[in-house]
Design a protein around this ligand. Structure first.
Ligand SMILES: Cc1ncc(COP(=O)(O)O)c(C=O)c1O
Length: 455
């Protein structure tokens, strides 16, 4: 066992050390070599060393270098080395972290991580929390608590009786709601399209004056950090309107919630504290390994009512919280261990430095493109930058060339009718030199396309 694990650690370290000097996207040849793994089920056992060698030789080169310093696609952080190490440790423990009495170590570490996160986000200390796979399940979990609470107020027990015959719930979202929220609403029986969509401004922020009048069981869902522009909804006004009418206010803050953890960006989250629940990702801006997200709910009992289960064989009586009282899963790995390690290693200062550095780097990208004569479509308030290189065809061609070039990697989007390249700066590993090298490569590629077009 020792030799296998030590050799594998060496392989993983070599992989990470090589990320800065390889192309960000995997080479076509590496992807085509994956067929070596696509075999029928082996009949005979194989040596564990050979299994790991095959995986490393074939799969490592076919990975996208999302853990490296110059991946700017989607919103993807890397893994801080201390969090990868904690992940290895927790993997060795292999705790099924559902119940405190069975797995006290990891249950306590998660409880502490939850307390620290609430402090960092300046949210109510009494809030309940669930460490889940990502913002999709965090939105799902928080909205399950919301569904419980608004129907309980209407005299209906949704966990016991389901939604057939229940009072209808009105759901209000911004027109730029993230699809993971609508998916969560679908999973909860509230419908993906049975929503009132509030018009938004040019940055994707809900226009408060366009909010409908609210009455009856209602959930209002706002956003901290639009996936394209990074914009924040005006929480104070939305919250006031929601709460005046007895509605539940939820905030999808997959990456934007982290703005609350840095002095330079905290003002973007003004009024967010007044909401009833929040969802965020930990695998994005905290840079812990996939997959990791967090649901936070002011009314702990509402989250517990939606998620807890009991059975004669489960030792649920406990002096501390049972993680599975708050999550959709019963059996689960303790995702909070890596979160604890990140926060313990970075401290409040390290987290705010990471957020502020990535935001500064995003602004540098924005300025670099503007200075070169290209159009930046968004106000760069956080870590997202949208660049247009002209018409859709030209922009898509340049994005494709950038991905092939390999210096860095960005994806595309269509923002309010305009095709754009998305840059998301979310990694601990990105240095200012990486930003300059990436900007230089992107401008070189864009100018080459401009010259080709001019000919
Ligand atoms: C605003 C927003 N909400 C939710 C999500 C979904 O997050 P995940 O893919 O981690 O479930 C994302 C992903 O980028 C997002 O940007």
């Amino acid at each position: 066992m020792r030799e296998l694990l030590e050799n594998t650690a060496q392989r993983a370290i070599s992989y990470l050390e090589g990320l800065g000097s390889r192309g960000v996207a995997p080479a076509a040849e590496a992807v085509s070599n994956l067929s070596a793994l696509d075999t029928s089920l082996p009949e005979e056992p194989d040596q564990p060393e050979a299994v790991l060698k095959l995986l490393d030789d074939i799969c490592s080169p076919a990975t996208m270098a999302t853990a490296g310093p110059r991946f700017f696609g989607f919103v993807i952080g890397g893994s801080l080395p201390v969090t990868l190490a904690a992940n290895w440790m927790a993997g060795a423990w292999d705790q099924n972290s559902a119940l405190y009495n069975v797995t006290p170590g990891t249950a306590l570490v998660e409880l502490v991580a939850l307390r620290w996160l609430l402090k960092l986000f300046q949210l109510p200390a009494e809030s309940g929390g669930a460490f889940v796979t990502g913002a999709t399940l965090a939105n799902f979990s928080a909205l399950a608590a919301a569904r419980h609470a608004v129907l309980k107020r209407a005299g209906w027990n949704v966990e016991a009786d389901g939604l057939f015959g229940a009072p209808p719930i009105t759901v209000i979202v911004g027109a730029e709601v993230h699809p993971s929220v609508t998916k969560s609403l679908g999973l909860l029986g509230l419908g993906r399209t049975r929503l009132i969509k509030v018009p938004v401004d040019t940055q994707g922020r809900m226009r408060v004056e366009a909010l409908p009048s609210i009455s009856g069981p209602t959930i209002v869902i706002a956003q901290a950090g639009n996936v394209n522009t990074g914009a924040f909804d005006p929480f104070s006004e939305i919250c006031e309107r929601a709460h005046q009418a007895g509605a539940w206010m939820h905030v999808d803050g997959a990456f934007g919630l982290w703005a609350a953890a840095a002095p330079a960006t905290v003002q973007l989250t003004n009024g967010m504290v007044n909401a009833d629940s929040w969802a965020t990702d930990l695998h994005k801006w905290l840079n812990v390994p996939y997959d990791s997200g967090l649901a936070l709910v002011r009314d702990t009992d509402a989250l517990r009512a939606a998620m807890a289960i009991t059975a004669e064989y489960l030792p649920t009586a406990s002096p501390y919280r049972n993680p599975s009282d708050f999550t959709p899963e019963l059996s689960r790995r303790a995702r909070g261990v890596e979160v604890w390690a990140a926060l313990r290693a970075l401290g409040r200062q390290g987290v705010s430095e990471l957020i502020e550095r990535n935001c500064r780097q995003a602004r540098r990208f924005g300025e670099g493109f503007q200075d070169a004569g290209y159009k930046v479509l968004n106000e760069v308030v956080l870590n997202q930058v949208l660049v247009s290189f002209g018409d859709a065809d030209m922009t898509n061609r340049i994005i494709s060339d950038i991905q092939t070039d390999g210096t860095c990697w960005c994806g595309g989007t269509v923002w309010q009718g305009q095709t754009a390249m998305r840059i998301s700066v979310s990694s601990w590993a990105t240095t200012d030199a990486d930003v300059e090298a990436s900007l230089e490569a992107m401008l070189r590629i864009a100018r080459a396309q401009d010259r080709r077009k001019a000919r």
